[in-house]
Design a protein around this ligand. Structure first.
Ligand code: GRF
Length: 189
């Protein structure tokens, strides 16, 4: 059995999709959902799904190792970032080499980096007149959105496309691909 921890700061639709997908797969399960935001939608979703969740703060993450201990206590083998906005401390990256994966709602290496999240990404893509957008799933290193890319899927941006319509299409692609790509990666560890 491999156990996943999901970190999310917001709505948590990807977290939910991942949890539902792995419900059907006996060798992989969600051990814990972690958020830095006590108002995050992901907490309600976790509750509905019967998943254990915790809220943590910056000290818990980087200073006093509470998050680290939680991951150990829940025997976590693999970490998924699904809309999580903080940088992962280097000691955790070193503890989970090639075992932390993030999803980004654009075609990296463009439109990534600090501050490039949420609607800002889609607004910038549209403002720049890009012909395509898509999703990137990548390993996490100590820089925002710069780890090795594992998977990308793209589509053409249509005439009259808005940041909102782009966001909806991206979410659909994320929900379709993220769980499957995770399964593939987790099966190699
Ligand atoms: C997704 O678009 C993901 O690419 C980005 O944050 C968003 C999270 O969406 N990192 P949700 O909270 O899973 O609905």
């Amino acid at each position: 059995m491999k156990r996943i921890a999901i970190f999310a700061s917001g709505n948590g639709s990807n977290a939910q999709r991942i949890a539902e997908y792995f419900n059907e797969i006996s060798e992989i399960e969600i051990g814990l959902v972690l958020t830095n935001n006590s108002k995050a939608g992901v907490l309600k979703r976790a509750e509905r799904l019967g998943l254990k969740s915790v809220v943590f703060n910056r000290n818990d993450f980087a200073e006093n190792a509470k998050v680290d201990i939680l991951l150990q206590d829940h025997e976590i083998d693999f970490v998924v970032l699904a809309g999580f906005l903080w940088l992962i401390p280097e000691f955790l990256i070193n503890k989970y080499p090639n075992k932390i994966v993030n999803i980004h709602p654009a075609l990296l290496p463009k439109y990534g980096g600090k501050g490039m999240y949420g609607m800002r990404v889609h607004e910038t893509v549209i403002a720049n007149g890009e012909k395509q957008s898509g999703i990137s799933i990548h390993y996490v290193n100590n820089k925002y959105d710069e780890g090795q890319i594992i998977f990308q899927a793209n589509f053409d941006i249509e005439k009259g496309e808005t940041a909102e319509s782009l966001a909806a299409k991206i979410h659909e692609l994320e929900h379709e691909h993220f769980p499957k790509v995770l399964e593939r990666v987790i099966n190699t560890i």
